[in-house]
Design a protein around this ligand. Structure first.
Ligand SMILES: CC(C)(COP(=O)(O)OP(=O)(O)OC[C@H]1O[C@@H](n2cnc3c(N)ncnc32)[C@H](O)[C@@H]1OP(=O)(O)O)[C@@H](O)C(=O)NCCC(=O)NCCS
Length: 512
């Protein structure tokens, strides 16, 4: 078919339409449906569609124990939605898909002229992408809704995001990381008993299983200075294999939840152990008396942190647990949709997060501040970078076109902590936003989470090579919640691509 030959409803509708009248009995109409092998009859007055009676109505009638001798009018759906014969099939599907119809009358100028099934419309809508609809899907899937979730959402134009039913920034302001972790896994915040039980359940899971622990020095040695996130990727893979994680398709919710809890609990320990080994230090076991964030800093730096530092890092961690259908979360869900095991989903997600356009920016944002060096240098430096087509790290976001609420919160955390880089960062932020507004008008580029994340972590003593890993240690909770949700109501995620290569089939040349 030519690329511009869009199929209309008229091309695929069935006719003549099997009809019924409103005053005949349901049993007579049902007999006609069976005889003609159709799933519905359109109820007519002459050539005007008054209603539709479907197999579902027959089921409803039987379930209600009603008399099949009742008139069709009592059981039909009156004034059904209809579609015009010249409507483009893909567009008709898109506009009707939400309603759960199976058959739609085709009406032309008030006259019933055919009937079309949603299945046929869907078939056409799915065939079309290779030729036309695919062009309408924005590159990078921007704004495309690909799933339903109850875990959270991002409202980019409002500068708002939430976990379950709560504002994520408010959670970061007044709750602990463990509370928010519980919320993501269970759908609501814990009571005090649930909180204690959850802490008791998680605490022993922070320990690295002995076989994996024994392998860490060798992993760190062979990786030869590779970024800690790459080592984590390898180690989570090893962990899942050594603990015998099974395909998500084959395990029930409780087993998958237990696996998820274990991975989330042990990831910070693994990261800190790998980091220390890379620097020639001995790994430090988790301290059962310390809550999540304090324990994380303790295992990384070898000292119990001040409450201010522990709280600042905890707020950062809470604010990054989940964030809509970002690339790593989507990756985790795609992998889970294949039925693969939880470790596979987390390993894939770590890979996606490691990219500078996703999670790899906080250390680059600090690096940028270092390169700028002085406030006098900021204007020419930023201008030259943007004019060269470089990206300013820590600015811009796919979804937020106003201030990133995480950046606003982390700026206030950074202000609370103070530190030598803060003033400079705030001045650079202001200048950069102005220059981006001037050189990239209309693009609405502001700081994202990564800009102040670097400042906060730096002020708390987290080394730069641990910035993105720290992001991973909280985001694994979000990924896992999504894995649990995907597995609970799974359908393989398998989209299509628009083929743009040389036209096939070309003759296959024989081997030289
Ligand atoms: C986050 C990011 C990948 C989102 O990108 P996106 O939604 O694909 O945005 P686009 O690439 O379509 O950019 C739109 C325009 O804004 C510009 N832009 C986006 N982010 C920019 C940045 N940080 N610095 C300079 N220009 C930027 C692009 O050059 C583009 O300009 P153009 O229209 O002249 O081509 C992007 O803003 C970016 O690369 N930021 C820097 C890296 C970063 O901070 N990552 C952490 C994300 S949380």
């Amino acid at each position: 078919m030519a690329a511009d030959a869009k199929r209309t409803v008229a091309d695929i509708m069935s006719r003549p339409v099997v009809t019924a009248t409103p005053d005949e009995t349901v049993s007579a109409a049902a007999d006609r449906m069976r005889a003609q092998s159709v799933g519905s009859v359109v109820v007519v007055d002459g050539d005007r569609a008054l209603g539709i009676l479907t197999e579902r109505d027959l089921v409803r009638l039987a379930a209600a124990g009603a008399d099949p001798g009742t008139q069709v009018a009592a059981w039909m759906t009156a004034e059904p939605d209809h579609v015009a014969p010249d409507a483009e099939a893909g567009a008709a599907f898109a506009s009707l898909a939400e309603h759960g119809y199976r058959h739609i009358p085709v009406v032309d100028d008030g006259r019933l002229v055919g009937i079309v099934s949603m299945r046929d419309l869907m078939r056409i809508a799915q065939i079309q992408p290779a030729e036309s609809l695919a062009h309408e899907v924005p590159r990078g899937l921007e704004g495309v809704v690909v799933a339903e979730t109850q875990i959270g959402d991002v409202r980019g134009l409002e500068g708002f995001y939430h976990y379950r039913q709560y504002n994520a920034v408010e959670l970061a302001e007044i709750r602990t990381l463990e509370d928010v972790w519980y919320l993501l896994f269970h759908g609501d915040l814990p009571s005090s008993t649930q909180r204690d039980d959850f802490a008791d359940e998680v605490r022993p899971l922070r320990m690295i299983p002995p076989a994996v622990k024994a392998a860490l020095p060798e992993i760190a040695r062979v990786a030869n200075g590779a970024p800690p996130l790459d080592l984590l990727r390898t180690t989570v893979s090893l962990l899942g294999a050594s603990l015998g994680y099974r395909p998500s398709l084959d395990v029930d919710h409780d087993e998958l939840r237990a696996e998820a809890l274990r991975v989330c609990a042990v990831v910070p320990t693994l990261l800190c152990a790998l980091h220390r080994l890379q620097h020639g230090d001995t790994p430090i076991d988790p301290d059962p008396d310390l809550p999540y964030a304090a324990n994380y800093l303790y295992m990384m730096l070898g000292e119990v942190p001040t409450p201010e530092h522990a709280r600042a890092v905890e707020q950062y961690l809470i604010s990054t647990i989940d964030h809509g259908f970002n690339a790593s979360t989507f990756t985790a869900r795609v992998i889970t949709s294949t039925g693969a095991d939880l470790a596979a989903a987390v390993v894939g997600a770590i890979g996606a997060l490691s990219g500078p356009l996703h999670g790899g920016a906080p250390s680059r944002a600090l690096q940028m501040l270092d390169e700028i060096g002085t406030i006098e240098n900021a204007d020419p430096w930023i201008r030259a970078a943007v004019e060269r087509g470089d990206r300013l790290m820590g600015f811009g976001h796919r979804v937020y076109k106003v201030d990133d609420p995480r950046s606003v919160m982390l700026r206030s955390v950074a202000e609370r902590l103070g530190g030598p880089k803060l003033d400079f960062a705030e001045q650079v932020e202001q200048l950069a936003v102005e220059i981006l507004g001037e050189l990239k008008p209309g693009r609405k580029l502001y700081t994202n989470v990564e800009f102040y994340a670097g400042i906060v972590m730096d002020a708390c003593g987290v080394p730069r090579d641990m910035f993105t890993p720290t992001f991973a240690s909280s985001r694994v909770i979000g990924w896992s919640a999504h894995v649990l949700e995907q597995a609970a109501d799974n359908r393989l995620i398998r989209p299509s691509a628009h083929y743009a290569g040389p036209p096939p089939p070309q003759p296959v040349p024989s081997a030289a």
